[in-house]
Write a protein that binds this ligand. Structure first.
Ligand code: NAD
Length: 296
């Protein structure tokens, strides 16, 4: 069993760290929010007094933070972990961030003799809790192989997308498509409702027709079609609108770099920015349904 430092115990990182504890790893956790640290300690983790304590004797240091600036700052900022990590440690950043930040941190750590992979995830909070996440890894072959020691205890599918940063590119391609599917599913469901259809029946019909997709099947945006999804729990996240808007910003940056045409992604980004402007940034991203259902 490995000694693991884990930083960032939010909606995703909390259950991921809990699964590592359950699997028998020795896990030392850190978050700016004391409450989530205490929850992990109750489940068997040790609390780090300061972030650098997560590096003490660690075989793996895993981070699950909001954005690139947090990841850069934790590892390479003032008094960053780069000064504390052992050369035998592997750093695994599971946050969804820009590929440039992943490459920057990877390069700085490599200069200090420490290995790094980017390993963003798909599967949402339910997948994090169930230990069935998909990991999309960017990094060297030997680091990818080593990362399995801990990734297998948090996820079901582990893919090697390419070099450092490739995991992030694959992840934002996925999330751009996810946002488009969520917006499209919402408008189709609401049009049916406007015509008097029962959204449960309509969902069942489309699930067995060519409109079938993940948002309809396991994350339905219309309240009370499915139990245990954010739409049936007042759109509490889940995966926040602010985080989806961040990912769509990353997708647009990536598209610009290669002059790729992404008209649907651009529209989805604008819809999520609109939600932010309406003060819905902290709601679950399936709350985009309300853009169509709320009528004066
Ligand atoms: P979250 O906001 O719930 O959690 C982030 C955590 O990081 C918080 O607990 C916060 O206190 C902590 N944090 C922030 N700065 C810190 C610092 N400097 N030091 C220590 N802790 C710090 O976010 P989340 O939903 O868990 O998402 C985390 C990452 O995973 C994001 O990059 C997101 O895009 C990605 N992601 C989220 C989902 C999802 O469904 N929520 C799915 C896939 C990927």
């Amino acid at each position: 069993m490995a000694k693991v430092g884990f930083i960032g115990l939010g909606n995703m990182g909390g259950p991921m760290a809990a699964n590592l504890v359950k699997a028998g790893h020795s896990v030392t956790v850190f978050d700016l929010n004391e409450e989530v640290v205490n929850q992990l300690v109750e489940q068997g983790a040790s609390a780090a007094k300061k972030v650098s304590d997560t590096c003490t004797g660690a075989d793996f240091v895993i981070s699950m933070l909001p954005a690139g600036k947090h990841v850069r700052s934790i590892y390479t900022g003032e008094d960053g972990l780069i000064n504390y990590l052992s050369k035998s440690a592997l750093v695994i950043d599971c946050s969804t961030i820009d590929a440039e930040s992943a490459q920057f941190v990877g390069k700085e750590l490599a200069n200090a003799g420490v290995s790094f992979v980017d390993a963003p995830v798909s599967g949402g909070v339910a997948g994090a809790a169930a230990g069935t996440l998909t990991f999309i890894v960017g990094g060297r072959d030997e680091d990818f192989a080593k990362a399995h020691t801990v990734l297998k205890d948090m996820g079901k599918n582990i893919y090697h997308a390419g070099d450092i940063g490739a995991g992030q590119v694959a992840k934002i391609c996925n999330n751009m498509l996810l946002s488009i599917l969520m917006a499209g599913t919402s408008e189709a469901l609401q049009m049916g409702v406007d015509h008097g259809l029962d959204p449960k029946v309509l969902s069942e019909i489309m699930l067995n027709s060519s409109g079938r997709n993940w948002t309809l099947e396991v994350y339905n945006p219309c309240p009370n079609v499915l139990d245990n999804v954010p739409s049936s729990n007042e759109y509490k996240p889940g995966f926040m609108v602010d985080l989806m808007a961040k990912d769509l910003g990353l997708a647009m940056q990536a598209a610009q770099q290669t002059n790729s045409a992404t008209p649907m992604g651009a529209l989805a980004k604008n819809l999520y920015n609109l939600m932010q402007n309406q003060g819905k940034g902290a709601e679950d991203f399936s709350a985009i349904f309300k853009l169509f259902s709320e009528k004066s």
